[in-house]
Design a binder for this molecule. Sequence first.
Ligand SMILES: [Zn+2]
Length: 343
Amino acid sequence: MGIKKKYSKPFGDLNSLKTSFFNNNDGMLDMADGMADVLLMQPKRTRCKICGAKLSKPLYHSHRIGYIECTECGHLNSECEDTDDFASKVYVEDDYSKNYSAADKENYIRRRDMIYIPKAEYLRDCLKHEGLQAEDVNILDIGAGCGYFVSAVRQLGMMATGIDVSDSEVKFGNAMTDEPCLTHVGLTDSIGYIEKSSANVLTAIGVLEHLVHLDENIDAIRNNANIKYVFASVPMFSFSSCFEVAFANGYNRHTGGTHTHLFTNESVAKMAERMGFEIAYEWRFGSDINDLYRFLMVSMQKNNNEEFSRYFSDRFVPLMDELQQVLDKSDFSSELHFILKRK
Ligand SMILES: [Zn+2]
């Protein structure tokens, strides 16, 4: 069976153009620069994060960091290694207040419905195509965070539990739902959790790229025959990466900060192979155009063309969905959701 492909989604909520990294470019850039300082203190990366092939010279530099394209699988590796030390310094726990309000719960549900229900529906529909009904699905969500995705799949009638290394996010997520189903795990415990899980579907939304011990996680998935499907989303080497190279004063949300490596079509396939899986479904929608728009706006405002930036914005924003679709269809856009199937 070939890979079933789906492209793009409407950008939708224009309010997402007003997020903090849009309005607070310099503050976010400072934060990413601080993370780059930490990364540059780590040992040089000598082998590809995905296939282990020996790495050579950087293809390019962005925001002081060199990025090396793996000659075997195309995976984009930063020149320095993500280590436990790096992780302990850059993943700072968000501060969740102890007294959760009704407004928190409303915002939680709104965010879940807007961002995570479409992903959950996609998973449900693909699994249905595989002959699995919602009630047959039992999900282990790794890196579950506040449990938005777990809550979304449960809303659609699938069984799901989640694990995360952040105690405060787990507590917050469990307080937001009627049936607490998130468990806090230590950094090294998650491997054992995956190995012993009775789940038939493992999900990892925006998680794999953050795992320092990705190799061990891949092995754990391979070794647990209960797991028949893996649903994940990962950041891709893409036009967003290129735009970041061109705009050195723009906040590099994609190739920088906690992202020390980016996937390619070939490296996703390589990772699937290492798990003993194959790619069955792909849904490709990036935010490359959103990044480009942000960089252009920030640059115009920095050179005292604030008013003109609005003139530009009025004309550009209505085109963004369509422009992004073109980039998505080129298979070189910033985010990929995929479902792997055990061979
Ligand atoms: Zn490689």
